[in-house]
Design a protein around this ligand. Structure first.
Ligand SMILES: Cc1cc2nc3c(=O)[nH]c(=O)nc-3n(C[C@H](O)[C@H](O)[C@H](O)COP(=O)(O)OP(=O)(O)OC[C@H]3O[C@@H](n4cnc5c(N)ncnc54)[C@H](O)[C@@H]3O)c2cc1C
Length: 333
């Protein structure tokens, strides 16, 4: 126990030294908290503490983030990049290392692309749709009302209403911070034109990469603001009517799979699993593919319930459900 405490302190000292150095060399306003509960930063409102949570803001974000990623990588300190926390469940034991929160790196980028719009990665999806609509630009209506950030949506290739991010993405700007062990070259900032062949159902090329998505350019076309806003409102109302915001959740718990012949939610519903509960986690009584936090769910309740649903579906149908929500952090001793 004593040894564990010493290690913990030494990691936090290292993190604190890294952050101080990065701030000195790349001045940037940043909120920094140690042992920060991730329940405050996820839509599930569950999960334990991050060793260190950093939320940089302002124009200094890219340089500060690049140096932080490079220094953390060199010191073997893991970094988790957080968007809106709308697709994750953080373990009750929390996240070791640094959580780099992109939420304050938000808004339209200064460099106006010839076609479409460029957004900072921390921009909330609904805000991005609003900003585009205000300029009479159509293409992002489908993300209106979807929780999460531009960076997370690109990383997930988020989709709804028959559209996905890759349909409108033109280019992504990233900071790569080394694949595998950190190299002396450290982090690299680069623009990557979209290659649609690398995107698929809930899949993007960034999922296999140590990369911070800094910004994304979307191909948008001129449209009638009234029509654009009408479609956005319809999507928001549809989500409300489906109960998306009634309880904390991370949206769909499981991916769909064409081979199953029907949506995962329908399979779960037909097996009578709606309402199934473990601790404070429950399969939403109103939607088979949403797991909700009824008030005080532990992350382990959510994970156990997802495992139980998958096990019952497997036993009854032979289908293997694949979780769509990501289980992040320190799950196992
Ligand atoms: C009520 C509700 C409804 C939902 N409906 C839908 C839906 O219709 N369709 C859908 O696809 N999803 C849906 N979701 C899930 C979620 O909104 C999306 O997956 C969203 O794109 C997640 O974005 P985020 O910023 O919250 O990502 P996070 O949950 O913060 O992170 C998800 C992953 O992206 C990575 N990431 C985030 N930002 C960056 C970045 N800047 N650079 C590199 N990596 C990054 C993280 O490290 C993590 O691995 C829903 C969620 C909720 C709560």
């Amino acid at each position: 126990m004593v040894a564990y405490t010493c290690i913990e302190h030494s990691v936090k000292d290292t993190i604190s030294r890294i952050i101080d150095t990065c701030k000195r060399e790349n001045p940037c306003d940043a909120e920094i908290r140690y042992d920060e509960p991730m329940s405050a930063h996820t839509t599930f409102k569950a999960g334990g503490p991050a060793d260190c949570w950093v939320r940089p803001t302002g124009e200094g974000f890219p340089a500060f983030a690049a140096s932080l990623l490079q220094a953390a990588c060199a010191a073997d300190i893991p970094v988790f990049i957080l968007g809106g926390g709308a697709n994750i469940v953080v373990a009750d034991r929390g996240i070791r290392g640094i959580v780099l929160d992109t939420g304050a790196w938000a808004g339209e980028m200064g460099n106006k692309p010839v076609m479409g719009m460029s957004f900072r990665s921390g921009t909330a999806l609904d805000d991005a749709a609003e900003i585009a609509a205000a300029q009479g630009l159509s293409g992002l209506e489908f993300v209106a009302g979807m929780p999460g950030s531009i960076g997370g949506a690109v990383w997930m290739n988020a989709r709804c209403y028959e559209r996905e991010i890759a349909d409108v993405l033109l280019e992504t700007e990233i900071i790569e911070f080394g694949t595998g062990p950190c190299t002396a070259a450290g982090s690299r900032q680069q623009r990557i034109p979209v290659n649609r062949a690398e995107f698929g159902y809930k899949r993007s090329p960034f999922q296999g990469q140590n990369a911070l998505i800094l910004s994304a350019v979307f191909c948008l076309v001129s449209g009638d603001e009234h029509t654009i806003r009408g479609e956005m409102e319809a999507h928001r109302r549809d989500r409300e009517s489906k109960g998306h915001f009634r309880f904390p959740s991370a949206g769909s718990a499981f991916k769909n799979n064409r081979d199953f012949g029907k949506p995962s939610g329908q399979i779960i519903d037909e097996l009578g699993l709606k309402g199934l509960r473990i601790g404070g986690a429950q399969v939403a009584p109103f939607h088979g593919n949403i797991i909700i936090n009824t008030g005080n769910a532990a992350a382990s309740d959510i994970r156990s319930l997802a495992d139980e649903v998958a096990a019952q579906v497997k036993a009854a149908t032979g289908f293997t459900l694949e979780p769509e929500i990501l289980f992040i952090g320190d799950w196992y001793p």
